[in-house]
Design a protein around this ligand. Sequence first.
Ligand code: 13P
Length: 284
Amino acid sequence: MSLENMKAMLSKASNAGYAVGAFNILDYNSTRAVVQAAEETSAPVIIQTSAKTVLFWGCSAIISWVKELAGPSKVPIALHLDHCKDLQLIADCIDAGWSSVMIDASSKPFEENLALSKQVVEMARPKDVTVEAELGAIVGVEDDIHVKQQDAHLADPEQAIEFCAQVGPDCFAPAIGTAHGVYKGVPKIAYDLLEEIAAATTPPIALHGGTGLADEVFKKCISLGCAKVNISTQLKYAFIDGFVAYHNAHDTEYDPLKVIDAQFNELKVGIVKNINLFGSAGMA
Ligand code: 13P
């Protein structure tokens, strides 16, 4: 199956009350784990790349892995650029074949965020590429995007309505109290705000900061309108822990393919668990 954008998969998820998992890949092995997890569970899936990962490998390497793995697959797969502030990188990903992109101009004043997000929609829409845009500031570290606690703020509901009406994103990421990275305490999720925004706007909502949220938190956010759930830090931990644990248990072996396989399994088990929890299993 060729790559899909996020439109049909998220509108189906919104209507049916489940969410599609968006998993930040790191390399070929983690991309393979995302695709195989989706195939085993018969789920639609979003392969997500941070801007840092794209700059590390280059667009053509990533698109070649994704096309090789998604091409023969029977499940709907989107390739989405996560939080990107750089319009040139967004254009490069669109040209290379990404089916979806995120403009993150949330650190800018409202009017500037609006203008930049609109500009990306104008770049992407003629090429049938979907756009996610953010409002408010999500605390934490997502690769090279750092938002300190004192700079984080929740999305304003009035601004959310105006933003969605003017920009018309295919997916909307309002800051609702979740955080990127590892949670230090119990997160305070603004469920009322999420409910208010979901009722007053039309695009499917993305839940950022998925790693470490409790099962009930995922379920509640999905029931209130989140149709896309982002998971990144969990894959970083599985990537390293899967590798190191195998080597520690077989420290004289030095058989790299076995280590890579252990890493793959550690990644896949976590992704399958997420897919089942988000309700997207069987929805391909
Ligand atoms: P985590 O790293 O907390 O899973 O957040 C992922 C995310 O929201 C990517 O945009």
